[in-house]
Design a binder for this molecule. Structure first.
Ligand code: HEM
Length: 441
């Protein structure tokens, strides 16, 4: 007997989806349960919210799903058939070729570049830090610059000047206005010939982003970097251009988003900030962190894990069903889009006590282990993020460097800050803080 489709969210109930997509994801899960269905323009989207769905869709039945045709289709204009967007044999070849460049040994080697870049960028913030009466400082704008410079150095060995860095940040941010959730998703699925408002500008921005990244690659220096290492190991590999664009886009925006949520949560939870400060002071004092120090900073790591739970930059995962499937007793029609709502999964009340509270201790070794696949900020299965360890290392090092140098405080706007929801989940407004220099330990 044919399995039923999941309950469908009615059209009028989708309106809040356009205005408050994250609240919608929580409300729809509470009302309809762990599986429900949306119709977004021409797309049928089945939304899944439970770890057992992650297991079925991304492991047990992963062969029945593809990235082709998913909600990321518009990204193909710039990412083309890259590791992020390809499928099947092409994906496997690309993944196998790239995987060694992300091994622990390589990340360890790149740590010096990370620390050096972090120190250089933080030094430019010094004039904002005053012991008495520090001026207001737009922290998120500064974190964008920090993440961009770090990404350019670590991946490409490049040093963008201020103007180029800003152009890239702005061009990437501008694409969000078009490729956003809800209406944007419906529109971006429209056939290429259709006159969709804003599509031309969006495509021009994507081309600009590509040109800017390639101009960075062209001016790559001798600083150890990931792409140079890859090129040395694969002298016969095809041009590095596409790979540079793919890795840059995948790495920069997600890392910038994580940094912003991390500082937002620390600013709004002074006891957690103070515990991080204590750990850093006890383990390192003012000594610059090295790769080998990171395991000795477990609380700092837990704070990052908890940030990724509450605000996963990759707030949802999508795939297209190649054939009809059955998941958790529901029918998944062929060609339907499946979405794991990572944001809602990470706040599922049956999986996480006090799901909306920022409690880093839940990741401590002595706390009950989270349910398997209940925490998937880097995705799951064979296509799990290749940059996970790189990103976690970068962010932990940057946090330590910042904590060693500055105190910070802010009048954080409560409740929830406005969000910008596109391929990544990031705050839509800046965080104004006051920086104070920390006395040497
Ligand atoms: C906090 C930082 C990051 C987060 C939260 C993040 C998140 C994710 C997620 C959720 C996926 C899976 C997407 C899916 O299954 O549809 C993914 C894939 C990917 N990520 Fe990341 N990412 C981060 C940093 C990075 C960095 C630094 C790089 C590279 C330098 C990177 C490169 C990639 C690539 C190439 C893929 C595609 C892998 C494949 O399909 O085989 N990511 N990332």
């Amino acid at each position: 007997m044919a399995r039923p489709l999941p309950p469908e969210v009615r059209g009028y109930e989708l309106l809040p989806h356009l205005l408050q997509p994250l609240n919608f994801l929580l409300a729809a899960r509470a009302k309809y349960g762990d599986v429900y269905m949306l119709r977004l323009g021409p797309k049928t989207v089945l939304v899944f919210n439970h770890p057992r769905h992650v297991h079925q869709l991304y492991y047990a039945h992963s062969q029945r799903y593809r990235k082709q045709g998913d909600l990321q289709t518009p990204l193909r204009a710039v990412l083309k058939e890259s590791l992020v967007t390809s499928d099947d044999a092409l994906w496997l070849t690309q993944r196998r070729q790239l995987q060694p460049s992300f091994q622990t040994q390589v990340i360890r080697e790149l740590t010096a570049t990370m620390v050096h870049t972090g120190q250089e960028v933080l030094a430019t913030w010094d004039r904002q830090a005053a012991r008495d009466n520090p001026p207001p400082f737009a922290l998120f704008r500064a974190l964008d610059q920090l993440a961009l410079r770090l990404t350019a150095r670590v991946l490409l060995g490049a040093d963008p000047d201020e103007a180029k860095a800003l152009s890239l940040i702005n061009a990437l941010a501008a694409t969000h206005d078009y490729f956003n959730v809800g209406l944007g998703i419906a529109l971006t699925q429209a056939p290429p010939g259709w006159p969709i408002p804003g599509r031309g500008a969006y495509q021009r921005q994507l081309r600009q982003i590509e040109t800017l990244i390639l101009s960075l690659l062209a001016r790559s220096t001798r600083t150890p970097n990931l792409l140079a290492r890859f090129a040395a190991q694969h002298p016969t590999a095809p041009a590095l251009d596409a790979l540079a664009v793919t890795l840059f886009i995948s790495g920069y925006e997600t890392t910038a988003a994580l940094l912003k949520w991390l500082f937002y949560l620390l600013a709004s939870h002074p006891p957690v900030l103070s515990q991080v400060q204590t750990e850093v002071a006890e383990v390192l004092g003012q000594r610059a962190p090295q790769f080998a120090d990171l395991p000795s900073l477990p609380y700092t790591h837990q704070v990052i894990q908890e940030t990724l739970r509450l605000y996963p930059p990759g707030w949802r995962l999508t795939r297209t069903a190649l054939e009809e499937d059955e998941v958790d007793g529901f029918r998944v029609p062929a060609r339907a889009t499946t979405m794991i709502a990572t944001y809602a999964l990470h706040r599922h009340p049956a999986l996480w006590p006090n799901p909306h509270r920022f409690e880093p201790h839940r990741f401590a070794p002595d706390a009950p282990r989270p349910t398997k696949f209940a925490w998937i900020p880097f995705g799951a299965g064979p296509r799990q993020c290749i940059g996970e360890d790189l990103a976690l290392t970068e962010v932990q090092l940057l946090l330590v460097l910042f904590i060693q140098k500055y105190h910070f405080s802010s009048e954080v706007s409560r409740p929830f800050p406005r969000v910008r929801l596109a391929t990544t989940l990031s705050p839509a407004e800046d965080l104004i803080v006051r920086l104070r220099p920390r006395p040497p330990a």
